[in-house]
Design a protein around this ligand. Structure first.
Ligand SMILES: *[C@@H]1O[C@H](CO)[C@@H](O)[C@H](O)[C@H]1NC(C)=O
Ligand SMILES: *[C@@H]1O[C@H](CO)[C@@H](O)[C@H](O)[C@H]1NC(C)=O
Ligand SMILES: *[C@@H]1O[C@H](CO)[C@@H](O)[C@H](O)[C@H]1NC(C)=O
Ligand SMILES: *[C@@H]1O[C@H](CO)[C@@H](O)[C@H](O)[C@H]1NC(C)=O
Ligand SMILES: *[C@@H]1O[C@H](CO)[C@@H](O)[C@H](O)[C@H]1NC(C)=O
Ligand SMILES: *[C@@H]1O[C@H](CO)[C@@H](O)[C@H](O)[C@H]1NC(C)=O
Ligand SMILES: *[C@@H]1O[C@H](CO)[C@@H](O)[C@H](O)[C@H]1NC(C)=O
Length: 880
């Protein structure tokens, strides 16, 4: 029966795999989308062992030298979803290699006990505090390590292109620079304790509907032009590579018609050649739809190993003999029949083992001590869970981030913070204020596929089990009780008992309304929401609860636990709604973190400084893009027509007034800005396109049967490797070519011409100057320092998040305003600090689609410093 299923799948998949990396023919596009195809880029640049990866790669090469093909296969292919982790490679008993445990999630260790359930990525981003983000990474890294996880499946850095996208909350919002900083800091934190971090999902995986997977009937193609790819979607991935990330996960979807995990342009060309990535690429779980093509395109690890969920046997235990796999035993055939050179297999293993050495996992690394399948101690009589408690004191950083990520959206006449001494009778409304009535902490523990009780994380694989969850009602009651036991606190947790809600509200002097909106991963549908939200409004009739309370209570405070933007037009201007806190998804310390911001009694007073990592629009249609919910096409086409103009950039470009702009957030104090200065602190260096080191042998089948014109196009790859690019894809329909015309490369070495065009056609260096990690090193060097003074002009201490936006010289096709720096500064009343934000060469560069390089945009830049993307306090210019 399994065999029948598998046969069916193979026929189905074979029919739709139109392109073929082995013949150099890219996947074909449907009519009307002809320009959106992906070039073939071969061969895979073998790991070069550059930078601080040198010794790890060297040791990995030695390790791999002694292995048999079967042993190598064990490193590349997963086994058995009934293993202890969500992903398990084989082992190599002969040399004592214990294999890898790969485990979700981007906010903690998924599917086990005695772990913390921290704030979601979107909340970490809302702090705009790189130290807090890094500390969160360290805490998550310690927990993964403590449980014996080798490869943690986070951070996630897909962009918030569509406000309703189901997994936005796992990532960092709508700006690539903010996402890049958050991704890099998280990786540095996680890997500092020896866990291999995984940046995902590479790339263009911006919605859940039709996202793919080998079982899917329809898989969308994200059609992204080259400039937009580099400046927006790739940006955080390149920062991740620069930060030394050990693992990249390719996504389920296609890009320009070609499946991400077999897109040679993106894996070989962009990630391994252009960015010099030294680690390994793992498939998202069953994202492969073929075996040979991903191997040649640069994929290094197949997870979870079998072909598809429900297709064929799911429990094969030895990768090297596994037959229900695109790899496994098939690798032996691929090597024997010449379709994949064994050197490519060696490179897969070298990259994987290099990451293991790089993080120091070869010595003293904890063994796996849990099972994703159960929180019980034994499974089938076998000890699988030692209940190792890895929480440490992480509740502290979770609470701190919870408070620091809470965004104050409205505060009429200082309604907030509350002080218990002013309260007599408090009403608390909405199921979001209380515990889950079914199972207090973890109904649907494995995925949180429900929306009951207070919302502190979304659903899907990006979750962890709560050890406990402090709900707002409990925390607020405890806080008030601590100070004055005579205050009346009444809660109505039934969202639909409006009579009771109105009644209690009319008696209260202060009313707190809790509302939420949830989303998650597409394999679970909650209340009709298949991952992506169906709407941008509140769940459980939240708007009605707010209006019912506000019409009866003069001091109505709204608290939102939401996965992303929610439209607030129906109630935000209500005169009785005096305060709004946007608390996002704070994790296990939710109620405590909220109390820290809500009240200013005694020592418990955190001045809110969270800032929106996305725009809250007035209308859903104001956003640049929306979810594609329905399509009859086999490959639904999602074309990123807005180019680089997502989120606030779109609103700025089109003069649309948002309700709350990107970067917005109020404080209990006020700040004044002065003294803007821009100073040149570095010399611009030419950012050379990296060229590959020794080329891997090209399997003869590729070279001999390639029908496309073998133009070694400096225009597209700048590389000497055997890259085949059909002429039709070199045009850039959505990008003006003016960028290259006026772009200048400053301080180019004397040997190189001073204009970009001729630089591009300069012959690549003959010997092997290998690319720097993350792209040319010069890009990451500081070029300018922007400084200014910030003063706390109010009465209470607080953090100010200063934001630096650039207006690029006209003609480079950039958005009116682009975030390029931020700092969170603690200031006491009356205190002034000088804030300095450095701009790297990359921050003032644009991606030149003709030369395939970052080039400094020459001309007059506008520099704008403010408290949000629209509340700009200081403006100046500089010339480059
Ligand atoms: C996708 O197609 C566009 C338009 O031709 C092109 O600019 C871009 O480089 C392509 N990207 C990939 C990864 O194939
Ligand atoms: C491959 O891994 C499996 C599972 O751990 C193990 O049983 C087998 O012995 C390994 N094969 C080789 C050749 O090391
Ligand atoms: C080589 O083997 C692989 C794995 O079985 C198979 O998919 C591929 O079609 C074979 N290629 C040739 C040219 O026989
Ligand atoms: C929006 O979706 C939520 C969750 O499914 C639902 O409760 C709510 O009624 C929807 N709102 C509208 C206006 O349809
Ligand atoms: C505000 O609350 C008061 C009760 O204190 C109520 O009388 C009034 O109608 C409310 N305002 C609105 C606009 O609903
Ligand atoms: C670059 O592109 C132009 C225009 O498409 C083409 O004429 C030229 O030959 C290309 N240069 C190289 C080195 O391929
Ligand atoms: C730029 O390079 C091209 C091609 O080498 C050359 O024809 C042109 O004169 C150069 N322009 C400048 C300003 O150096």
């Amino acid at each position: 029966m399994g065999g029948t299923l598998r046969l069916f799948a193979v026929i189905l998949l074979g029919a739709r795999a139109l392109g073929d990396v082995t013949t150099g023919i890219p996947d074909a596009a449907p009519p009307g989308f002809e320009e959106w195809i992906s070039p073939i880029f071969l061969p895979t640049p073998p790991v070069a062992g550059i930078g601080d990866w040198a010794s790890a790669v060297q040791r990995a090469r030695t390790f791999v030298q002694g292995l048999t093909l079967e042993e190598k296969i064990n490193v590349t292919t997963g086994i058995d979803i009934f293993g202890r982790c969500v992903g398990n490679t084989g082992t190599i008993p002969r040399v004592g290699w214990k294999g890898f445990c790969l485990e979700d999630s981007p906010l903690g260790v998924r599917l086990t006990d005695f772990v913390s359930a921290g704030p979601a990525g979107i909340n970490a981003a809302a702090t705009w505090d790189v130290n807090l983000i890094k500390a969160r990474g360290v805490a998550m890294g310690q927990e993964h390590r403590g449980k014996g996880v080798n490869v943690a499946l986070g951070p996630m850095t897909n962009m918030g292109r569509q406000a309703a996208a189901g997994r936005n909350w796992e990532g960092w919002g709508g700006d690539p620079f903010l996402a890049g900083v958050a991704t890099a800091a998280t990786i540095e934190g996680m890997q500092s304790v020896g866990v291999i971090a995984t940046v995902k999902h590479y790339i263009g995986n911006e919605q859940e509907h039709f996202r793919g997977g080998s079982e899917a009937a329809q898989i969308y193609s994200s059609n992204i032009d080259d400039k937009t790819l580099h400046e927006v979607y790739l940006w955080p991935f390149s920062e991740a590579v620069k930060a030394g990330v050990g693992c990249v996960m390719c996504s389920y979807n296609k890009i320009n018609q070609t499946q991400a995990c077999q897109n040679s342009k993106l894996l070989n060309g962009v990630l391994k050649e252009e960015l010099g990535f030294q680690g390994f690429i793992v498939s998202d779980w069953t994202a492969m739809i073929n075996g040979v093509q991903p191997a040649l395109a640069g994929l290094d690890m197949n997870m979870p190993g079998f072909i598809g969920y429900g297709i064929g046997p799911q429990d094969e235990e030895d990768p090297a003999t596994a037959t229900n796999s695109w790899w496994g035993a098939a690798i032996i055939e691929m090597v024997n029949n010449g379709s994949v050179p064994e050197s490519r297999i060696d490179d897969m293993v070298t990259r994987t083992i290099a990451a293991w050495y790089k993080m120091g996992q070869d010595t003293g690394y904890p063994d796996v001590s849990f099972s994703q399948l159960t929180e019980a101690t034994f499974l089938n009589g076998e000890l699988v869970n030692e209940h190792v408690n890895v929480q440490g004191d992480h509740y502290k950083i979770i609470r701190e981030i919870g408070a620091a990520s809470t965004i104050l959206l409205k505060n009429t006449d200082g309604a907030l913070p509350l002080q218990v001494k002013n309260l007599k009778r408090v009403g608390i409304f909405g199921s979001d204020a209380g515990p889950n009535p079914d199972v207090v902490y973890s109904v649907f523990a494995h995925s949180r596929g429900c929306d009951q009780g207070t919302l502190a994380m979304g659903w899907g694989s990006g979750t962890a089990n709560f050890p406990y969850l402090i709900d707002p009602l409990a925390a607020i009651t405890a806080h008030i009780q601590d100070i004055d036991k005579t205050v009346v606190v009444e809660g109505v947790l039934d969202d639909f008992n409006l009579a009771q809600i109105g009644n209690v509200a009319s008696l209260a002097d202060t009313c707190l309304v809790f509302v939420n909106a949830d989303s998650g991963e597409g394999y679970i549908t909650v209340d009709g929401n298949a991952g992506d939200r169906t709407n941008l409004t509140l769940w459980h009739g939240g708007e009605t609860i707010i209006s019912t309370v506000a019409s009866a209570c003069p001091n109505t405070i709204v608290v939102q636990h939401v996965v992303g933007p929610v439209l607030v037009e129906s109630w935000i201007d209500h005169p009785n709604v005096t305060g709004v806190l946007h608390a996002g998804l704070p994790g296990q310390e939710s109620g405590n973190a909220l109390v820290d911001v809500l009240f200013s009694d005694g020592s418990q007073a955190t001045n809110p400084s969270g800032r929106l990592p996305y725009t809250i629009a007035k209308l859903r249609t104001d956003y640049a893009a929306d979810i594609l919910y329905t399509s009859t096409m086999q490959t639904p086409q999602i074309t990123y027509n807005e180019g680089v103009n997502i989120d606030y950039r779109w609103f700025d470009l089109n003069g649309i007034t948002p309700r709350f702009e990107f970067g917005f957030g109020l404080s209990y104090t006020t700040f004044a800005y002065s003294g803007l200065q821009t100073e040149k602190i570095g010399a611009a260096r030419r950012a050379e396109s990296p060229t590959s080191s020794a080329a891997v042998p090209v399997p003869s089948i590729i070279a001999s049967t390639n029908p496309a014109s073998p133009s070694k196009s400096a225009n597209v790859t700048g590389s000497e490797s055997a890259s085949v690019v059909p002429a039709s894809v070199t045009s850039q329909p959505h990008v003006s070519s003016s960028a290259s015309a006026s772009a200048s490369i400053l301080s180019a070495p004397p040997s190189a011409s001073s204009n970009a065009t001729s630089t591009a056609s300069a012959p690549p260096a003959a010997s092997s100057p290998v690319g720097d990690i993350g792209g040319p090193a010069a890009l990451y060097e500081n070029l300018l320092a922007v400084s200014f003074q910030v003063k706390n002009t109010g009465n209470v201490a607080g953090n100010e998040v200063s934001q630096l936006y650039l207006g690029f010289p006209a003609s480079f096709g950039e958005s009116p305003k682009v975030l390029r720096g931020f700092t969170r500064t603690m200031l006491n009343p009356g205190q002034t600090e000088t804030v300095t934000i450095n701009l790297r060469q990359k921050d003032v560069s644009v991606w030149d689609v003709v030369t395939q390089k970052w080039v400094i945009a020459s001309g007059t830049f506008k520099v704008m410093v403010g408290s949000s993307s629209r509340n700009i306090h200081l403006q100046g210019t500089f010339e480059l």
